[in-house]
Design a protein around this ligand. Sequence first.
Ligand SMILES: C[S@@+](CC[C@H](N)C(=O)[O-])C[C@H]1O[C@@H](n2cnc3c(N)ncnc32)[C@H](O)[C@@H]1O
Length: 243
Amino acid sequence: MTRTADQEDWSQVSSEWIAWARVPNHDAFWAYRESLAAFIGRGEGEALDVGCGEGRVSRELKACGYRVTATDRVRELVNAAREARSADDYAIASGADLPFEDTSFDLVMAYNVLMDVEDVPATLKEIRRVLRPAGTLVISIVHPFSDRGHFATTEATSPFVIQDAYFGSKRFEGTEERDGLRMHFAGWSRPLEAYATALEDAGLAITSLREPVPNAGDGWDRMQRWTRIPLFLWLKARPLELK
Ligand SMILES: C[S@@+](CC[C@H](N)C(=O)[O-])C[C@H]1O[C@@H](n2cnc3c(N)ncnc32)[C@H](O)[C@@H]1O
């Protein structure tokens, strides 16, 4: 298989990501965790976690009541998810080529993975294929608006500055370092319309949209500013009936 940019990036940073994602309250995930569980809701049946990383979202899906299959295209990350008993089944797979029968899942989760995927339309079409007709796709992305700007200072009241154009797709790359951990992030920043049209073309209709705010807790000095500007965008989408 030819290695694509998204596969290269994540293979190279898998151990950095495992350390980064596993320390409670280290990154933004933890400040949204309770709201995420409420957004997913209690459920049962088969869930697929696409781009599972080391498995923390799979573990949330299990806690919500689902039987979970965790997939990622990076072997080391699937192994880490398995070692942490994050799911019930595991597969190394690209989101655009899932090794499952049509209509296998009641819920598919794509949590902060679509920004890393080169071909979003192909990935959403493949997700649509494995979703049951009454199934739900849950998506989290870094909010396309917050992705295009930055806070001018570290103050909670800092102005948020957008220097570049909002429209157009742009590759991003950067390294974050905090509390002795380091993580290199790379992906694509795209306007909201790119995701909305890809969902539409895949035959998926948006049924819920949330701009969650962080919960107060550890790391609040870092997170408080995200009560003014949305850091993440959450969507639910359902298959449209095929005519
Ligand atoms: C930011 S991490 C998120 C991991 C996990 N969902 C979480 O929130 O902790 C992005 C993940 O997407 C995976 N990924 C990137 N491109 C992918 C693709 N085309 N198909 C499947 N997984 C992919 C990466 O290997 C990585 O584990």
